[in-house]
Structures are given as structure tokens and as C-alpha cells.
Design a protein around this ligand. Structure first.
Ligand code: ZN
Ligand code: ZN
Length: 412
């Protein structure tokens, strides 16, 4: 008698296991140094958690979750990370703001495809308790810098805003009016989605449907005042961070709980399954799951798919020094990003404070991230042409002439 592994699963050993482990180690190093704490939760949860969070009408909940019953209780293997992180946050009464990193195996009964398994790894980050557009841009920037660190190349970023329930209500009517003429040309799935989960029609892979959606009104052009301002600011911060992206008005993400910003990192070599990072803002989910009203952002990455695009070896992450740049107001943001770039060019990790936050709060974040040095740049420093550099261990602070600063950062 011989045994086989279940279909769509795989055995991981040797070189391939080493590559996966190197990526995980790089994530622990990089995100740990950016103030994210690793979290682990059970491999399975009560199935109701995912019905509530992902949405009962999504493909994932309808077809893909592994469910099993024990003693009349229905459980589900985790199909994704966010709901479980929030459940743990609420249940353990953790405090805000919070940054979590998870590196978990997930389970979905999908048709097995290249780089896609029924048990798959996800690396994800969640930032809970921050509503400002700066943070939407920051997690995109962190995703990009992690990819740079491990040597990933040739990916591109797509961005969209899907607004809030208020914008969607008015928009839904508009879309329905447009589609009423086209109903007979839509596939059965789309007609069903239109009734229960209308934004997701844009996810349809069928060409006939897509041709109709190309001409349909888009949520992005129908945002309420606040959502529109938020989106504008996210784009502004991305420009300051120097991040290139394209706007894709048909990008809506497959999960129900997203609000406002949604984004994907894609890779041209991966064909139809080209997404390597997907995420966005989900301000409504925490309350939906019985927690306090809490704005949240986050993303998840599929390392296995990403590895298909990379050379055999994953570079090892060296131990790095953490620097933190305090932003004394919006007008210095461009300047402190150039300071950060100088520090990063020497191989160190450098975090930025949110210029909207009070200095005290920014220093607190620098401490939490175990920064070795904090650089402060504001009005006084601009006048004097210096950077104020604080040694976080000794508390000693000194002024370094701006033009000498880069040459004083040690090379790693
Ligand atoms: Zn809105
Ligand atoms: Zn369709």
C-alpha cells in the first residue's frame, strides 16, 4: 500500500525550504525593526468568524474554506490572516495603536495552479488604530522596501479607493442603472454578485463582463468628500515617498471589509495569478467583529508566488541598525525622506515619524522600534543647517552639520 499527499498540497524540504525560511527570517528582521510584533493564533477558528469578516457571499467563504465539525461546533482552517489577528486583539484586550506581523500557513480549497497551493504561506502586516492617509502610504512603502531588501524585482503597484458605505450607497444606484441595459450580457456569477455583493463584479475574469465594466461608472469617480480627500492625500504621500504606481479603477479586492485605499503589488511574469502583495484599509471590520471602532490598514504577501519570480538564492538579512527620523511638521517631509534615503543607502533600517503626530508620540514610536538613533529636523535645524541626532541609549543629543551627516553614517 502506498500513500500520497493530499492534492494541491506539497512537501517542503531542502533548498526550497531554505529559501522560504530565508524570506521569513528577512520579514521578522525587517518588520520587527519597524515596530511590528509577531503574533500567532490557532490554525483554525470558529467558522462564523470568517463568515462575518470575509463575507458570506464571497467565493472564499462559499467554496474555498476547509470546515469541519467536532462536538457540534463548526470550525474552519484559516483562509486568511486579518480576521484572526483582530479576533485575538479584541479577545486579549490589547492596546492601540498596534502593529502585528504574522507568518502563517493558510488553507483554501482552490484549484491548484502554478505557485498556488491549498496550504500556503502568507506573510502579513496589520496596523491597528491609525486612520490618517500617511499610514496607508507607509505600509505600501514598507512592502516595497521589504521586496527591495530580499531582491525582488520587476513588480508594479496598482492603487484605488473604494470609498465608504456612504459613497457606495449612491454609487450602487448609478451602477445598477447602467447595468440594467446590459444584464443579459453578464455572466450568472456577476448577476448574482450584483444582488448581494455588487463591487465584486469587477473581479470577474470573463472578457464579456470586463468589456461592459470598462465603460461602467467607477466607485473612484463617485467618492464622498472625505473619502476623496483621503485618497488625494494617500497619493500625495506616495509621491513624497517616491513610490510609482498606476491607478486601477477596477481594483476592488475580493474581500468585503475594505474601505477607501486598496492596492496590489503585481508581477508581470506570473500570468493570471500575478498578485504578490494585496491589502488596503479596513476601518469597519473591528467593530463588525465586536471590537471598538478602530481604523486599520494592512496587507498580505504570498511568498511562494513571489519566490517563482526570484533567483534561487534569497539574500540573507544582515543585522541592521535602526534609525528613526522625527518629522517636525508636513513641510519638512520631503527633507526627512531624503535623510532616510541617505541612511538606507548605507544599509540601515530607517523609519519615519508621521509629521501630523506630536513629537512625543513620534519619539515613543522610535523607542518601541528600538531605534539606535533618532534624527530631528525642523525649523531650528533648517536655520542652522544641521541635523539634531539623539543617541537613544545614552540620551545624548548632538548637532551634525547637514552636509557632513551622510559621511558620518557607518556603512554596514
Ligand atoms: Zn465615503
Ligand atoms: Zn462576469
Amino acid at each position: 500500500m502506498s500513500y500520497q499527499r493530499p492534492k494541491g498540497h506539497r512537501d517542503l524540504f531542502g533548498k526550497e525550504l531554505k529559501r522560504v525560511e530565508a524570506m521569513n527570517a528577512a520579514a521578522r528582521g525587517f518588520f520587527g525593526q519597524h515596530g511590528y510584533e509577531e503574533i500567532k493564533t490557532p490554525t483554525f477558528e470558529f467558522a462564523a468568524l470568517f463568515d462575518r469578516s470575509i463575507g458570506e457571499t464571497t467565493d472564499i467563504v462559499e467554496h474555498e474554506i476547509y470546515k469541519f465539525e467536532v462536538n457540534k461546533k463548526l470550525y474552519a482552517l484559516k483562509p486568511e490572516g486579518t480576521a484572526s489577528v483582530l479576533r485575538a486583539f479584541i479577545e486579549n484586550k490589547l492596546s492601540l495603536p498596534a502593529r502585528f506581523l504574522y507568518i502563517w500557513n493558510m488553507y483554501r480549497r482552490e484549484r491548484p495552479q502554478k505557485g498556488r497551493y491549498r496550504e500556503f504561506l502568507q506573510i502579513g502586516i496589520e496596523l491597528l488604530g491609525e486612520s490618517k492617509p500617511f499610514y496607508d502610504a507607509e505600509i505600501i512603502d514598507q512592502g516595497k522596501r521589504y521586496l527591495e531588501l530580499i531582491g525582488a524585482k520587476d513588480y508594479y503597484i496598482e492603487l484605488n479607493s473604494i470609498g465608504c458605505p456612504q459613497c457606495r450607497k449612491a454609487y450602487q444606484e448609478k451602477l445598477k442603472t447602467y447595468l440594467e441595459q446590459q444584464l443579459t450580457h453578464l455572466c450568472a456569477d456577476c448577476r448574482r454578485r450584483l444582488e448581494r455583493n455588487f463591487l465584486r463584479i469587477f473581479d470577474c475574469k470573463k472578457e464579456g463582463c470586463q468589456a461592459i465594466y470598462d465603460k461602467a461608472p467607477k466607485i473612484t469617480d463617485n467618492l464622498c468628500g472625505e473619502c476623496s480627500e483621503h485618497y488625494k492625500q494617500v497619493k500625495c504621500y506616495l509621491a513624497i515617498f517616491g513610490i510609482e504606481y498606476t491607478e486601477n479603477k477596477k481594483l476592488v479586492r475580493g474581500l468585503d471589509y475594505y474601505t477607501r485605499t486598496v492596492f496590489e503589488f503585481k508581477h508581470g511574469e506570473l500570468g493570471a495569478q500575478d498578485t504578490i502583495i494585496a491589502g488596503g484599509r479596513y476601518d469597519l471590520l473591528m467593530r463588525e467583529l465586536g471590537g471598538p471602532d478602530t481604523p486599520c490598514t494592512g496587507w498580505a504577501m504570498g511568498p511562494e508566488r513571489l519566490l517563482l519570480t526570484m533567483p534561487d538564492e534569497v539574500p540573507k538579512l544582515q543585522p541592521r541598525q535602526v534609525y528613526f527620523v522625527v518629522a517636525m511638521g508636513e513641510k519638512y517631509l520631503q527633507k526627512i525622506i531624503s535623510i532616510r534615503d541617505g541612511i538606507q543607502a548605507k544599509g540601515h533600517i530607517c523609519m519615519l515619524g508621521n509629521p501630523d503626530d506630536p513629537i512625543k508620540q513620534q519619539i515613543k514610536r522610535a523607542n518601541k522600534a528600538a531605534a539606535a538613533y533618532t534624527i530631528i529636523y525642523g525649523e531650528d535645524e533648517e536655520k542652522e543647517g544641521v541635523y539634531a541626532v539623539k543617541d537613544m541609549k545614552t540620551g545624548e543629543q548632538k548637532k551634525i552639520p547637514a552636509e557632513k551627516f551622510n559621511s558620518q553614517i557607518p556603512q554596514l
